[in-house]
Ligand binder design. Sequence first.
Ligand code: GAP
Length: 465
Amino acid sequence: MAMKKEENSKMEEIISLTKRRGFVYQGSEIYGGLAGTWDYGPYGVALRNNIKSLWWKKFVTDREDMYGLDAAILMNQNVWKASGHVSGFADPLVEDLKTKKRYRADHLLEQAGFEVKGLKPEQMDALIKEKLVKSPDGNPLGEVRQFNMMFKTYIGAQQSDDSISYLRPETAQGMFVNFKNIRDSFSPKLPFGLAQIGKAFRNEIAPRDFIFRLREFEQMEIEYFVNPAEWRQQFDAFYAEQYSFLTDSLGLNPSKIHKVEVPDADRAHYSKHSVDTEFDFPFGQKELLGLAYRTDFDLKAHSEASKVDLSYFDEETKERYFPHCIEPTFGVDRLMLAVLSDAYTEDELGGEGEKRVYLKFSPKVAPVKVAVFPLLKNKPLLVEKAREVYQMIRKEIPATMFDDNGNIGKRYRRQDEIGTPFCVTIDFDTIEKDNTVTLRDRDTGKQERVAIGDITLHLKEKLLK
Ligand code: GAP
């Protein structure tokens, strides 16, 4: 129980810090919020952009076999019929018979201490009945039903069955329906992949855990097409790439990352084999990323439904077939939460027995890499010199900021809280003595004097470590 309290308080501290320092705000806050939506402030945007550009570089720019895409969010409803989402993209829903409040059946069973991995909705229903599981308000529960999570909307001025569309619940389908375009424009040879970053929407029954389970979120997905004989080899290679993205690109702690084989009953309708990567979030070990072997399910389904041939002619084997698909999928918001919660650190460096809170970001993801200050803001000579040094560093390290708000102690505290790895202070010695500045390290609090002529190179070397 004590552990639970600690976990909750860590989440509360993270939520409060990210709001106070301009990372994450509640969606529609001044109207009381909108469940399952959050807005990202300046440092949140910078952190997300860093995560997204590290991903794009690793999986698209640095490879020769990937094609970038940005498909529309709204798609023809037939896409979602053919993909199986209209009939099968659902979560198990159960209703409190007295209050009429609705819950995820698997969540209620988990909270009541039952193992739900691998259970089908009818098995959940039987378990609820057999064990007399109640709602959080202590009332009996109704039948477990399947609830489709797609947000439905209408296109144009007429509201009819023909004008139905959906906000996409995954970015993946935009890539399958563009398979032919890429094939025709670029004539790629297998194996090759399409990659896309974009918003996805799910009408989650129970959005929760801050930015973990959202109704509007962002995905980074790859549909990688292979000869079916090679699927296992490519699947394993992508698992290794996903892992190295988390540890090498984002700097996440390897001991918090877990590989979990998804049981048959929990796999999405299109997948023949799935491996999730779970992460130790403050509220427990939960799914961070997915990897699925989608076989030829989607290309075949879209070929049949659209009557457009999405097969591939293999020049080497002289065969025509539907390529099989390996899908590594990443959630930007969950990655952001993993990075934030892993970086959240408290130590005793606050001075006078006070605790210090800081975000121990890897320099690659830190929204601000370097902050430059004049020791005092009312001394024009110091300010002028500090601005000069700031402009000089910024040319080489764009994520550098100038800060002269409040006293130096407050500035250090603020920079620690937004996770800035290095602070550079211009003081009287800089001007009167030796043209050196103070360089402070976020993690150790240690300071060293560095000549202005060497500071940019020195910082670049440190940021690369
Ligand atoms: N195209 C495959 C697909 O969408 P998924 O496991 O349903 O697979 C992929 O979702 C990833 O998207 C998840 O691993 C997670 O990171 C993210 N994700 C899914 N639902 C989410 C939600 N409601 N809120 C935030 N992120 C979500």
